[in-house]
Design a protein around this ligand. Structure first.
Ligand code: HSE
Length: 435
């Protein structure tokens, strides 16, 4: 059997998972690839006594792996966008294929890397970069090729979903759950990437670019995290029949442009995706021929991510006897066929809104707020108001609006927020029906 020689940079959680799964399932994997997958060279900065590295060359400098003539495929698992980018470019230019789990690298530098790969007639594969083990890149790029994709919405950060789930199920507070997520190894090295939505934005831009056939434009994703979600919003959302999920949403507003946004979102509790809990990920894709379809599974962790990395390696192994241009294009559209769609600014986005006002309990307040909404043509769909607690002079007032342009909601809030009856900044969470 011919071989595929693999060079692995990074022996952390995912690297260890790749070694273990490749070893455990090597007979089936090789049979599927039609080649023997062989790790010939790894880079590591310290000892890994728990890993079996027998017969594998070990270097401290990852560039030695990227440039090793005895490596056909560089598997980049070190993360970050500086050294990782140098390694990937060096490997591509040396005529090696690259497999990476690095979402930041693809989201921020993918256009450049794909062009280099094309020029050197090699492939760069990144299934593990989005939603861990869920094969969502293959789904969008291959399984759904017949469809026009209308929108997709994903729970694509496990840490954020774990935090929201614990807040809802156990009434725990944000900081406490975040500490646990870090201890469990779900969170990124810098957990602000998880809780402020940057990790999800990296993943969303990749999904959106494949779904709609456009270059990656990470800087155009509107990004809002979950750090300001208060326990009472979780409770009020439930009362209204919704769950709060941190979603990445990409929507093709035909003839207008593309929405790309990451933010906490109220979704009806009856939707399957509303019941995706803990560290799990899920991506809901709405397209014209298939309709709505949901992909669910482990979005992080050693072996789930290794599962995606190895599937890319097998794809490359299978294609090695073909012409170089037989590779599936990096974003699924042939070279020169990507479109420069307008990415809509958040002010142009249209969705319903959950609003929580903290207002003085006195006559005329509700009518004042309702008048502002009515004057701007914003319909109120649901309303909750509580009696004040004994020692308080203000009350929570919760509203759900109909689908409205973001800029109109902003205008309404600007008129309301400066009123002296408003006690706290208004809480606004977008609402999606996902129908
Ligand atoms: N920190 C990421 C998450 C890991 O929580 O989903 C996988 O990208």
């Amino acid at each position: 059997m011919k071989q595929v020689k693999l060079g692995l940079c990074g022996l952390g959680t995912v690297g260890g998972g790749v070694l273990n799964v490749l070893k455990r399932n090597q007979i089936d994997i090789n049979a599927r690839a039609g080649r023997e997958l062989l790790i010939t060279h790894v880079s590591a900065r310290r000892e890994y006594p728990h890993l079996d590295l027998n017969g594998i060359k070990i270097s401290t400098n990852p560039m030695d792996v990227a440039l090793d003539p005895d490596v056909d495929v560089l598997v980049e698992l070190i993360g970050g966008t500086t050294l990782a980018k140098e390694l990937v470019i060096a490997a591509l230019k040396a005529g090696k294929h690259v497999v990476t789990a690095n979402k930041a690298l693809i989201a921020e530098h993918g256009n450049e890397l794909f062009a280099i790969a094309l020029e050197h007639q090699v492939s760069i594969a990144y299934e593990a970069a989005v939603a861990g083990g869920i094969p969502i890149i293959q789904v969008l790029r291959e399984g759904l090729v017949a469809n026009k994709i209308e929108w997709l919405a994903g729970i694509i950060n496990g840490t954020g979903n774990f935090i929201l789930t614990e807040m809802r199920d156990k009434g725990r507070d944000f900081e406490d759950v975040l500490r646990e997520a870090q201890a469990l190894g779900y969170a990124e090295a810098d957990p602000t990437f998880d809780v402020e939505g940057i990790d999800a934005a990296h993943k969303l831009v990749i999904l959106a670019s494949i779904a709609f056939g456009m270059p990656l434009q990470f800087d155009k994703v509107y990004t809002e995290g979950i750090s300001k979600i208060a326990p009472e919003d979780v409770v009020f959302a439930e009362e209204l029949g919704y769950r709060i999920k941190h979603l990445g949403i990409a929507r093709n507003r035909t003839n207008k442009g593309i929405e790309m946004r990451v933010h906490p979102t109220l979704i009806p509790e009856s939707r399957l995706i509303a019941n995706v809990n803990g560290v799990k990920n899920a991506v809901l894709v709405k397209c014209d021929a298939l309709g709505a379809n949901l992909y669910y599974g482990a979005g992080a962790g050693a072996e789930p991510t290794a599962s995606a990395v190895i599937s890319d390696i097998v794809d490359i192994g299978r294609s090695l006897d073909n012409e170089a241009d037989a590779f599936v294009p990096a974003l699924g559209f042939s070279s020169g066929k990507l479109c420069d769609f307008t990415i809509l600014p958040i002010e142009e986005v249209e969705c319903a809104n959950y609003l929580r006002f903290s207002v003085l309990d006195r006559p005329g307040v509700l009518s004042h707020i309702a008048t502002v909404f009515s004057d701007l043509g914003i319909s109120i769909e649901a309303l909750i108001q509580r009696e004040p607690l004994e020692d308080q002079d203000h009350v929570p007032l919760i509203m759900l609006t109909a689908v409205t342009e973001e800029k109109r909601i902003n205008k309404a809030l600007a008129q309301i927020e400066n009123q002296e009856f408003i006690r706290q900044q208004v809480v606004r969470i977008r609402v999606e029906s996902l129908k």
